[in-house]
Ligand binder design. Structure first.
Ligand code: B12
Length: 405
């Protein structure tokens, strides 16, 4: 089949993010024998015109669109970023009768609501590498998606839950369509690398279980680092590990660092750390392998609030991790997420004083927590009368302890 894949993200908030996930779907779709055209709308001055041109040039049988961001997670003046995807979907509808399939991190959190909002035909929640080619086979044979894990159809009853494959090494690591995008992105690009999926941490507000599941699924460290080293030889020197928590599991992270030092000397990289059980050995290995900055999402300096968030660490763990990082010369970008259940004026002051005392290189403070469906925070928000149980939460809603403002 002729397949047109469109990355609909046009945002540069925080940093340029490459469409790695859609690239992996593209590679899996090519492997399954289809003819793939890739369109990245990030730098297009007129995204709709680009879609119209791509449809005229390729005459696709199926169109896949990746949906990364729903909103910017900001309580004051939130931006509803999903709105930006609608014109692309409408341009597809106007130019062809090919079915439109959605996927991506943002989509996976809201499979039915996003499908309805955008007016697409199908959606794939979770990993796309197996589900999308499976859907193409069904469509090619004239069938529908009934029973395919994670595949939703517009207007149909609830889909089977997404399947999260354990054997990530059987999935591609890259796609040729990503080469020109990476080359054009310029020196500010931190090229995304993913070694693991899934997160077992169960933070009370987090949406990751819907996107990647709770089980950690890993690629072989050597395969990941060999790909990274090949990209480094091609001239890319800055990387971003997009894994949910780089340090989990500990020994896996150590092995990645050991191999990076050996196979990709001279690169710089960043990652996200979960500040629990972070050893001196690991931080030293990270620094030795080129890690220059970590995102330290500790969210609060109050033990009580951390417990409410279901964090597995206490402020003392955050301090120990932060000190280790400073000692090894790794910059620390801290995060505070204020206003959740149990927050009071005193715990806010405690968190601010705690964050100050860490002497971080940067701190991002967010007031009000974005409520995601199916989370303990969403259930609490219903109990507290902040949202109705019927709210699909696609339009951003935030938890802010009453009276705190
Ligand atoms: C790493 C990360 C970042 C890094 C990115 C670094 C980099 N160099 O890329 C940083 C910290 C910079 C960042 C910033 C932001 N992020 Co962010 N980020 C993530 C994270 C943890 C991983 C994303 C990733 O790279 N995944 C790896 C790729 C391989 O997976 P994937 O894209 O999901 O693709 C797979 C599937 O989704 C599917 N798929 C993808 N596309 C398609 C298409 C089709 C057709 C199909 C069938 C399937 C399919 O198949 C792929 C392979 O299996 C996710 C959470 C998560 N666990 O997903 C949040 C996440 C995507 N981010 C989110 C947000 C909000 C943001 C920001 C807006 C925050 C802000 N205000 O600054 C910015 C936006 C940045 C931008 N310019 O767009 C939200 C989006 C949801 C929402 N509310 O909108 C998420 C989901 C986190 C959350 N809160 O739940 N982010």
């Amino acid at each position: 089949m002729k397949v047109l894949l469109i990355s609909a993200n046009t945002e540069r908030i925080n940093m340029v993010t490459m469409p790695l996930g859609l690239g992996l779907v593209a590679a899996a779709t090519r492997r399954a024998g289809h003819d793939v055209t890739f369109l990245d709308l990030l730098d297009d001055a007129d995204p709709e015109a680009a879609v119209v041109r791509a449809i005229a040039a390729t005459r696709p049988d199926v169109i896949g669109i990746s949906v990364r961001n729903i909103d910017d997670q900001t309580r004051d003046n939130p931006r509803f970023l999903l709105e930006q995807v609608r014109p692309a979907v409408m341009a597809c509808r106007a130019g062809t009768r090919a079915p439109i399939v959605l996927g991506g991190a943002g989509y996976s959190i809201f499979p039915d609501a996003a499908l309805a909002y955008l007016g697409a035909d199908f959606g794939v929640a979770g990993d796309g590498e197996e589900a999308f080619p499976a859907l193409l086979s069904r469509l090619q044979a004239g069938g529908g998606p009934a029973g395919l894990p994670g595949v939703h159809a517009a207007g149909a009853p609830a889909a089977a839950p997404a399947a999260f494959a354990d054997a990530l090494d059987s999935f591609p690591l890259w796609d040729e369509a990503l080469d020109p995008i990476a080359s054009a992105a310029g020196p500010d690009l931190w090229l995304p690398v993913q070694s693991r999926r899934g997160c077992p941490n169960d933070c009370s507000y987090c949406s990751t279980a819907r996107i990647q599941g709770r089980r950690i699924r890993s690629r072989s460290p050597r395969r990941v680092v060999e790909k990274l080293a090949a990209l480094a030889r091609a001239g890319f020197k800055r990387f971003y590990f997009v894994d949910n928590s780089f340090n989990i599991p500990h020994d896996y992270a150590l092995e990645i660092c050991r191999l990076m030092k050996e196979l990709a000397p001279g690169v710089e990289w960043r990652c996200i750390l979960y500040p629990h059980l972070v050893s001196d050995e690991l931080v030293s290995a990270m620094a030795g392998a080129g890690c220059v900055e970590v995102s330290l999402g500790f969210e609060s300096g109050s033990s009580r609030v951390l417990r409410q968030m279901h964090k597995r660490f206490a402020p003392a763990d955050v301090r120990a991790t932060s000190e280790l990082l400073a000692r090894h010369g790794i910059r620390r970008m801290g995060f505070l997420l204020l206003g959740g259940p149990g927050e009071t004026r005193e715990t806010v002051e405690e968190s601010l004083a705690f964050a100050d005392s860490l002497r971080l290189e940067a701190l991002k403070t967010t007031v009000g927590i974005r409520i995601y469906p199916g989370t303990p925070l969403a259930r609490r928000a219903v109990q507290d009368g902040m949202i109705s149980p019927e709210d699909d939460l696609l339009q951003p809603r935030f938890y802010l302890t009453p009276g705190l403002r």
